[in-house]
Design a protein around this ligand. Structure first.
Ligand code: BG6
Length: 468
């Protein structure tokens, strides 16, 4: 492109967090336990989520810092168990009041709240009753959604239904999202998946009924795929992987139907969910207004060799990718560097992802996560995270290229606004623009320190992206 299209004037320059990873106060003011609180046992030396960044008590100070950073959007999640402690029983007025205060402070600072309704933290009480295996959990989610829309609907325009449903299904054990259902596999797991889509569909329909001005969409994790070579068998393998890993989830959210390759895969395994009368009609009736997605990396896959050599595991932890005998194997992409945790870094793949999503779904896109986990160090009051600046700069440039390609992108919320506890590697794996002074085991004073990336992003936002 000789001439790059500028970022739109109303672009949402944001940043992200999730409740259980940032808030702490896991049982404060009547909050009930979530599956994470109950089932997520930390490995030796890795912090739990009990205090996290203590954003629950520091939100006011934190929102002021977000305003100083220049954010005009903040993507965060509401903890279901603060609003309805046991998931389907009494409401907790103190929890409801908490998020009113957070939202009011954001709005007072000119920051648009972008609210995730459910980010991994299913109420433990629902899990004990069968969690997403039970259709009653769909009713509970709809009821919770109704409370959110009624309480906050006059203040919140952007709603995200379920964060990374695909990661919960494919990697629930590592993330600890599933509790009892962490033991669930195969047919029951995909039954849970089906129920979550029904819950999401009910929430989207309800949102449009109650809040005609609001916008709502899903937030899957998307990992675009490359075939290992141009061998036709590798193309087939890459398509299969894409269907099972990505398109199953986005098609159900946007088109309201099962992707044919994903469905064929489920049938071949004997894992196809039971679909009751009315399910498909509900899925088809629920239409998102936009597509949010989280992007960290891409994946390269080759055709199956038909034996156990297919089961290669690569990458770090949550991004762990396994091949599947008879279908595909994970391959290292020789063209891409990796971060400290083994995740391949692929800014150009980000542009590819935006192009493909726009091409397939024609829905406005917002990136609700993208970022670099690193072992930041606070030295003499400063965090020199030039590696993060480089990562974010390279990715923002690709958004601008995608916009110039004709893709509609309306916001960018990198992970994370402020340091928080990673899903299963503690707080020393940091992502924030703001450093939180604590170690895994030592809480210290939890002081907030602006990293170098804070000042860099501040400049980017102030220039509307022109300074990139
Ligand atoms: C996403 C999740 O999968 O990746 C976040 O939505 C998570 O909750 C983020 O923190 C980064 O992963 P990790 O494992 O480094 O925390």
């Amino acid at each position: 492109h000789e001439q790059l299209t500028p970022f739109p004037g109303d672009f949402l320059w944001g940043a992200s967090t999730s409740a259980y990873q940032v808030e702490g106060g896991w049982d404060a003011d009547g909050k009930g336990p979530s599956v994470i609180d109950i089932h997520m046992h930390r490995p030796e030396g890795v912090t739990d989520f009990t205090v996290a960044a203590d954003h629950y008590h520091h939100y006011s100070e934190d929102v002021e810092l977000f305003a100083e950073l220049g954010l005009n959007a903040y993507r965060f999640s509401i903890a279901w168990t603060r609003i309805v402690p046991d998931g389907d029983g009494e409401m907790n007025p103190a929890g409801v009041a908490h998020y009113h205060r957070v939202i009011d402070e954001l709005l007072a600072q000119g920051i648009e709240p972008v609210v995730t309704m459910y980010h991994f933290d299913l109420p433990a009480a629902l899990d004990a009753k069968g969690g997403w295996s039970e259709r009653a959990t769909i009713d509970a989610f709809e009821r919770y959604a109704q409370v959110l829309f009624q309480e906050y609907g006059s203040k919140v325009k952007f709603w995200l239904t379920i964060n990374e449903q695909n990661m919960m299904i494919l990697h629930g054990r590592a993330i600890g999202t599933t509790g009892r259902s962490g033991q669930v596999e195969g047919k029951e797991l995909y039954q849970q998946n089906h129920h979550m889509f029904l819950a999401q569909a009910r929430a989207m329909v309800l949102c449009h009924e109650l809040l005609p001005e609001a916008k709502i969409g899903p937030a899957p994790n998307i990992v675009s795929v490359y075939p290992a070579t141009c061998a036709p068998e590798d193309i087939i393998a890459a398509d299969d992987w894409d269907a099972i890993r990505n398109l199953l989830y986005v098609d159900l959210s946007v088109r309201g139907s099962y992707h044919n390759l994903a469905w064929a895969y489920l049938c071949a395994k004997g894992w196809e969910p039971e679909i009751l009368d009315g399910d498909l009609e509900l899925l088809a009736a629920a239409k998102p207004d936009f597509l949010a997605f989280n992007y960290y990396s891409t994946q390269t896959v080759g055709a199956s060799r038909g034996d156990s050599s297919d089961i290669q595991v690569r990458g770090g932890d949550q991004q762990v990718v396994r091949g599947e005998v008879g279908l595909y194997r994970a391959v290292k992409n020789e063209y891409l560097p990796v971060n400290a945790f083994g995740w391949e870094i692929d800014p150009v793949g980000f542009r590819t992802t935006m192009r493909r999503l726009w091409d397939r779904y024609r829905l406005p896109l917002i990136i609700t996560e993208n970022g670099l986990g690193a072992f930041d160090e606070l030295v003499d009051g400063r965090v020199r995270d030039d590696y993060r600046i480089e990562f974010l700069k390279l990715h923002l440039e690709q958004i601008r290229l995608a916009i110039s390609d004709g893709v509609e992108v309306f916001g960018y919320c990198p992970w994370t606004a402020i340091d928080l506890v990673s899903t299963h590697q503690g707080i020393s794996k940091r992502y924030g623009f703001i450093y939180v002074d604590r170690e895994e085991d030592a809480l210290k004073d939890l002081a907030r320190v602006r990293k170098d990336s804070f000042f860099w992003y501040q400049g980017v936002i102030a220039s509307g992206g022109d300074s990139l």
